[in-house]
Design a protein around this ligand. Structure first.
Ligand SMILES: C[S@@+](CC[C@H](N)C(=O)[O-])C[C@H]1O[C@@H](n2cnc3c(N)ncnc32)[C@H](O)[C@@H]1O
Length: 459
């Protein structure tokens, strides 16, 4: 998943881009000298003038590069008012698939996607070293040791998140990267450069750089130097905007900033699973967290075949959101249910419908549900069952599934807390990321369970 920037209001034609904490956190670039490394001071001095020179225009007069607890960061260089344009980065100084040298691009087949192309471009420029026209940017990208997306985790580390849908998504993403890598390798003997020697490890690293700091615009997947130094706060209303008319990306301040304040943006409304897969970090108490729940009709159920047949006829279209991973017919995404929620907003209707089908005890009941669906909009079992006992049984079934998942998550989080991380800093950080992920899922499950209990008690 890549970052989509939002359409700028003054664009003639625009497409969404995205880079793929609460503003409780604010760093002071000015006063926090302990955090300001030599390299970040160099950044402040050299990087922006270099980029402005390359672009032929000023990129930003309001921001400077600093360091925060989240790595490199952008901070207010002077007073900023809400509505000010913080930066403008022309497309001409963004790295997109069409920057690949034609001699390489023409060798790549259609199976090599945009992310893979930009990853290859980064590796190409990296190998050119100081001779690269992008060297000041490429040399400031994070090193593999600083990247924590779950695709970089060892098998042992991945075991920490086995309970989450992210586990499978990570394996899928690794396979996808491998597929792209082999597609690239297939033709690499003919590459006119030392790119012939790239390894899967190099490629995975570059791929991770792209998923964690590229946006999508009309030029395709693009790395946006300078804008990609902005860190994420899911509560904010500032995004990277894509002005297709003027061919630049920009960010507008959503609040006032004093000199030295860190300026953050919202990458998207992302769950911790998405943040961890694409960006390698998590946020505690993330309101976008969600859990995937899978339900199956037990094979020993007397109406097994009939139930599958009825479920197979459900014509309800499913809408995928930014956080949704692989789509399975029998998997449902639950979000946090507000404690005062009367309707269980957060628990999908399709999940409750599935449970109602599961709770049916006779052919006649199934037939009645299917008939009702056909007479309406084809959506199955969306209304409470007329038979209260059946309605109760359906929701108790969900409740018992929630209880099982809650117990598993709770035990797993406790076991993580009692396992001392190895002495390495990286392991401790990844253990914290796994704990944040599972704790967020546990919070969602508990909220759903509380709602279901209350619903059952009202029946
Ligand atoms: C688009 S870059 C932002 C600039 C980055 N800090 C740097 O050093 O270049 C995205 C990366 O910044 C870090 N990051 C951004 N927001 C964060 C947050 N709220 N918490 C922790 N890390 C964050 C993560 O390492 C993420 O992969």
């Amino acid at each position: 998943m890549l970052l989509h920037s939002v359409i700028s209001t003054n664009s003639l034609w625009a497409r969404s881009q995205r880079p793929i904490l609460p503003s409780l956190f604010r760093c002071s670039c000015k006063s926090n000298d302990a955090f300001t490394s030599v390299s970040s001071r160099e950044d402040c001095n050299d990087f922006l003038p270099w980029l402005g020179n390359k672009a032929g225009c000023e990129i930003s007069s309001l921001l400077s590069i600093g360091k925060s607890a989240y790595g490199r960061a952008l901070c207010a260089a002077k007073d900023i008012q809400s509505g000010d344009c913080l930066l403008k980065v022309p497309y001409s100084v963004q790295l997109a698939p069409d920057n690949l040298p034609p001699g390489i691009a023409c060798l790549l087949g259609d199976e090599v996607g945009d992310v893979a192309k930009v990853a290859l471009l980064i590796l190409y420029e990296k190998q050119l070293g100081k001779k690269s026209e992008w060297a000041p940017y490429i040399s400031r990208l994070p090193l593999p040791a600083d990247m924590h997306s779950s695709v970089f985790w060892s098998d042992e580390e991945l075991e920490m998140i086995r309970l989450s849908a992210l586990y499978e998504e990570t394996l899928k993403q690794k396979k996808q990267i491998e597929k792209h890598f082999f597609a690239v390798k297939l033709v690499s003997d003919n590459f006119p450069t030392r790119l012939q020697n790239i390894t899967l490890q190099d490629f995975t690293y570059a791929y991770g750089l792209v998923t964690s700091r590229a946006w999508v615009s009309s030029r395709g997947v693009s790395m946006i130097p300078f804008a990609d130094f902005l860190n994420h706060d899911g509560t904010l209303d500032s995004y990277v905007l894509s002005d297709e008319g003027r061919q630049h990306s920009e960010v507008i301040a959503d609040r006032d900033f004093a000199p030295g304040d860190e300026v953050l943006i919202r990458y998207g409304k992302f769950s911790n699973a998405t943040l961890l897969l694409d960006f390698g970090f998590t946020v505690s108490c993330n309101c976008y967290d969600q859990v995937r729940v899978e339900l199956n009709v037990p094979q020993h159920n007397a109406l097994y075949t009939q139930k599958l047949e009825v479920l197979g006829r459900d014509r309800t279209p499913r809408i995928k959101d930014d956080n949704e991973f692989t789509y399975y017919e029998n998997s449902f995404t639950i979000r946090e249910v507000g404690s005062g929620s009367r309707w269980g907003k957060g628990i999908p209707q399709s999940l409750r419908a599935f449970a109602r089908i599961m709770a049916c005890d006779s052919q006649q009941e199934l037939h009645d549900l299917a008939k009702e669906a056909a007479e309406n909009d084809g959506r199955l079992a969306r209304k409470p069952l007329k038979n209260k006992n059946r309605e109760l049984a359906a929701h108790q079934l969900l409740l018992s599934e929630m209880s099982r998942l809650i117990k598993d998550h709770d035990e797993h989080i406790k076991s993580l807390a009692s396992t001392p991380p190895t002495l390495r800093e990286k392991s401790a950080l990844r253990q914290k990321l796994a704990t944040d992920l599972l704790s967020g899922e546990l919070r969602v499950l508990e909220s759903a369970s509380a709602w279901l209990e209350s619903y059952c008690s009202r029946l």
